[in-house]
Write a protein that binds this ligand. Structure first.
Ligand code: HSE
Length: 397
């Protein structure tokens, strides 16, 4: 018997799912232990040149009401109508695999509960880190650890832009246009550039690791639009790379602190050398010390690879995978405000500030230095105001 699945959305990721499935159909079937085929592709647009004309539908009910379809790959993006479609599929016992981080970050608790109630699965490996296996390793391979910190580069577009700015002296706008052309950026690049995409991903990781839903609205998020080439160059001379870092850690009082911010990463930290569209995630646990996951964090086939792996998992698992779950959170009191961020800080101040700090570097753009002591977020902002700082960026510790 052949297992039938449907693909919702035929954009970059959805079309990649179809392409990769038919390219590797034989080995995918071997991994799944059964014959498989795509029965429907849902999209409101027409694709007259597609060789899969017989599979396209514009009506979601064709998929929902077809009992032969037991698994669904959701690659539409956005919260609605994806949420309604995914919830309806789960309530019919159809497992869903998604690449949609906004959906998981906003509605993951509800969809996980729906999957549990209907004895199927809601999988989302593709929603964080593109091709990188990170969701399943967190709740399976690393399940014996007490994980207290996760930090990394979770947005390929901004890492690509920062790399092009630094290596090729490319302007921010040109690098962004190239990222869009290559299919890395979200439809609205604001989500990448201003850190919202990375925020959604650290929310998903935080929810999975710490067991309660962490909502994007509770996470301090700052993107790369204010990162100046002068700071990229000065940070390099001071022994650091500037990266958009998404991190979460458990504090001594038991609360967690997720943040998304450009940060200075010491050159000796392996994350500093992660360039282009690549993502990297460092996981810290009491058994493993630290483990890094690295790979292509965006793009058509890398993301399709993770979606299809989840479809295979869905076909293989006839019951709900309980380890991949978290509870709803009715309040956000377990998420600490950003002032709990305590670290060393990079400052760039006007060159005539007469700053006397060991290791400071001065050029025509100002004087740059890293504080000897750790400061809270609030103390760093106050110091920046006092010094009339041109830049104030935390250092990843
Ligand atoms: N726009 C995202 C990125 C795609 O650049 O990382 C993958 O989530």
């Amino acid at each position: 018997m052949s297992v039938k699945f449907a693909v919702l959305g035929h954009g970059v990721v959805g079309s990649g799912v179809v392409e990769l499935f038919y390219k590797n159909k034989k080995s995918i079937e071997q991994h799944a232990g059964t014959e498989m085929d795509i029965k429907y592709i849902l999209d409101l647009r027409d694709f007259p040149d597609s060789p899969y004309q017989d599979k396209f539908t514009k009506d979601f009910n064709d998929i929902l009401n077809d009992d032969e379809v037991t698994a669904v790959a959701e690659c539409m993006g956005g919260v609605e109508p994806a949420f309604s479609f995914v919830k309806a599929c789960l309530e019919k016992g159809k497992s869903v695999s998604t690449s949609n981080k906004e959906l998981v970050a906003e509605k993951g608790d509800i969809l996980l509960a729906a999957a549990k109630a209907h004895n199927c699965n809601f999988f989302f490996e593709a929603s964080v880190g593109g091709a990188i296996p990170i969701i399943r390793p967190l709740h399976r391979c690393l399940a014996a650890n007490d994980i207290d910190k996760v930090a990394g580069i979770l947005n390929g577009t901004t890492n690509f832009i920062l790399t092009k700015m630094y290596n090729d002296n490319m302007s921010f706008a040109d690098a962004l246009a190239l990222a869009q052309k290559l299919g890395y950026a979200e439809k609205d690049p604001t989500a990448d550039v201003e850190g919202h995409d990375a925020c959604r991903k650290i929310c998903i990781i935080s929810s999975l690791v710490f067991g309660r839903h962490v909502y994007p609205k509770d996470v301090f998020t700052k993107g790369i639009s204010e990162v100046d080439l002068a700071d990229v160059a000065a940070a390099d001379i001071l022994g650091h790379a500037i990266k958009l870092i998404a991190s979460v850690r458990r504090l001594d009082d038991g609360r967690i602190l997720p943040v998304v911010m450009p940060m200075l990463v010491p050159h000796e930290n392996i994350i500093a050398g992660v360039n282009d569209v690549f993502n990297a995630v460092l996981v810290y646990g009491d058994g493993i010390d630290q483990t890094m996951f690295y790979g292509r964090g965006a793009g058509k086939l890398p993301t399709a690879s993770a979606v299809l792996a989840d479809v295979i998992e869905a076909v293989k698992h006839k019951v709900t995978v309980f380890s991949q779950s978290w509870e709803p959170s009715s309040d956000n009191s377990f998420v600490a405000p950003v002032d709990a961020l305590t670290t060393k800080w990079y400052f760039r101040v006007p060159a005539d500030s007469n700053i006397d700090v060991e290791g400071a570097y001065t050029d025509e753009n100002g004087t740059s230095f890293i504080t000897q002591d750790k400061l809270t977020f609030g103390a760093a902002k106050a110091k920046a105001e006092e010094l009339k700082a041109l830049a104030c960026i935390p250092v990843l510790d």
